[in-house]
Design a protein around this ligand. Sequence first.
Ligand SMILES: Nc1ncnc2c1ncn2[C@@H]1O[C@H](COP(=O)(O)OP(=O)(O)OP(=O)(O)O)[C@@H](O)[C@H]1O
Length: 264
Amino acid sequence: MTALLEVQHLGLSFDYVDTLHDVSLTMHDHEVVAIVGDNGAGKSTLLKTIAGVHMPDTGRILVRGEETHISSIKVANALGITAIFQDVSFCMNLDIAANIFLGQEIASGITTRDDTAMHLKARKILSTLTSPLSAFRSMDGLSHGEMQTVAIARAMLNDPEIVLMDEPTASLSVIQTAQVLSYIKELRSQGKAILLVCHNLPDVFAVADRIAIMRHGKIVAIHQTHETTYEQVIAEIAGARHVNEEFVNNDTVPVPHKLIDRYN
Ligand SMILES: Nc1ncnc2c1ncn2[C@@H]1O[C@H](COP(=O)(O)OP(=O)(O)OP(=O)(O)O)[C@@H](O)[C@H]1O
């Protein structure tokens, strides 16, 4: 089966420092792949390189089996790749529909926007995500989680096949996080491939089919989520040769939280 996205031996340096080193990764439709790693491991740089923000120095990116040169975000979008970065900007004085269409408004004449068509499409996208948000609501006053919903809806505008998400649950409440994770599952069920950079291991284990661990610009391991454990992933993030028994055998605190507390 042809992979939707194939990254082969990517390398990228900033100021002579290897930020990505021989990175290879394959993604198929109906799949969520999470990239985890310590600060500075190169996760966001990998995502941005696939999204067209950076051009790799070496290696290849294939989309549906075809070699591509993703020289800009626009080129990535045309290939069916869309990214949701951490610093999404909104126009707070406009409504949700206008923010979903920001920069891609539907015109009804040379100088006028077709607000009705935009609201209809915005409502359709929100309902596809099973979001209860009204497209008429003002951005002003939305919670972080609701803004993340709008960011995801905006990314769905051109029905991409490959969705790249950088820390979509950062600074969200438990409920908002659950909502965003359910959107990710919904996108997977629609056949999309989702690449997720995420620090939060419970979120990763809740939603990812595979987990890729990055360290010092390299992918050091890729696991099927159901075949790995928090202990193993944390050990690989940290570069430990063995899983620490102290972590594994302490049954007084739920293991994931104990591990994460220790790791942080
Ligand atoms: N545009 C850039 N110019 C120079 N160095 C950069 C640039 N972007 C990233 N880097 C460097 O590349 C390394 C990897 O950064 P990156 O943001 O990809 O890491 P990360 O794994 O996403 O980290 P974090 O979890 O902290 O966001 C860091 O040392 C960073 O300073």
